[in-house]
Structures are given as C-alpha cells and as structure tokens.
Design a protein. Sequence first.
Length: 219
Amino acid sequence: MKKILGVVVILMFMSFPLLVNAVTYETQNFEQVLTTEGIEHDLSNYKEDDDKISIYIFRGHGCAYCKSFLSFLYSIVPEYGDYFNLISYEVWENEENAALFQQVSTFLNQPSDGVPYIIIGDQVFKGYTSSYDERIKNAIKNLYYTKKRKRYDVFKEMNKKEPLQISNGMLFLWITLLSGGLFYYQRRQYKILFDKLEKINLQEVKKEEKKEKKKKSQK
C-alpha cells in the first residue's frame, strides 16, 4: 500500500505546477495592442524590459476612449518609454479576461463596469480623458523610481492572498489517481484474503485426507 500511495503522491507533485494559474488569460503587449487598434506607430526605439514598471489596461476592442489612451501613451514614448511596459486585457470579446477584470477591480475596491480601466501601481484610472495626462505621467515616474522590490503590483498582491486555483481537468486527474490507487489496493487486499482462505481450505482438505488414511490403516 505504501508503494501505491508513494506513486500517487509523486504523480500529484508532478502535476502541481499545472495547478497554479490554471486559468490562462489572453494579453497583448504595447506593440500588439497598437496594431490591433489600428494606431500607426513606430516602436523601433521602444523595448520591453523586466526593470520597467507594468501598466495594466482592461479595454474593449474598438473602444474610442481606450484608443485615445493608447494614442496618448504612444505620444509620450520618447520621454517615458524607458519607464514602462504595457499589458493589455481585452474584455469585450474574452470572457476569461472579463472575469479577471471583475476580480481585480473588486480586489482594489474600485469596481467599474466601464473601460478603459488603467492600473499603474496602486493607482486606478477609470475611463480616460486628457485631464488624466499629468496624473498618469506622474504615476509612471513615481512607480518607476520606487525601489523595484517595493513597487506595488496588483497581480502579485492578489497571488499572495488568493488560494490555489485548481482547474476541473486537474481535479479530475487527482480524483482518477486516488480512485485508481484505492481500486488497486482493494483488489490486492481481496487477493491476499482469497489466498489466505484458499490456503486454509487446502490445509483442511489435507487434514481430512490424513484422517481418511488413518481410518483406512486402522481397518
């Protein structure tokens, strides 16, 4: 039984990495989203970098306000392009992204049904107007010049507090492994019991044979 359980446990640990972030979300980077929204651009001098901050935007494809924000962000690339990466989640046509949008906005305690929904560190910009421009630029610079380990990132914060998510497929795999192990164990126990009963029966038969032989020898 220990060997069986050992195999099951090993298989479960092998599947463990698949449990984290079981739901995958569709994202676009700055280049991709500008192309998708038909915004003419040249990002030859812009490169994504892990040292940059992350700007998150939940948007709808074809949303005019979203496009205006993206155009503004592109316009400040010469001055601010070294500070940020953009990560876009389209929510009008992607149900999983839409569900994530609700989770994130609830987590930040700033729920909103509208887009764009822009997140820079712990600051949220609901919708977009040109009156946000200076605040957005300040938010970018302030977050960038914060020590990297102290930068607020909503997804990192959510991962700290949310329990492990298990997909239906992985849950089925775990149940199958456990059921298979228990079924094998049960069959093995039945076989052991059957072998014992058969041995006892064989011993009884031999005893009866000895008795018969003894009776015959006494006649």
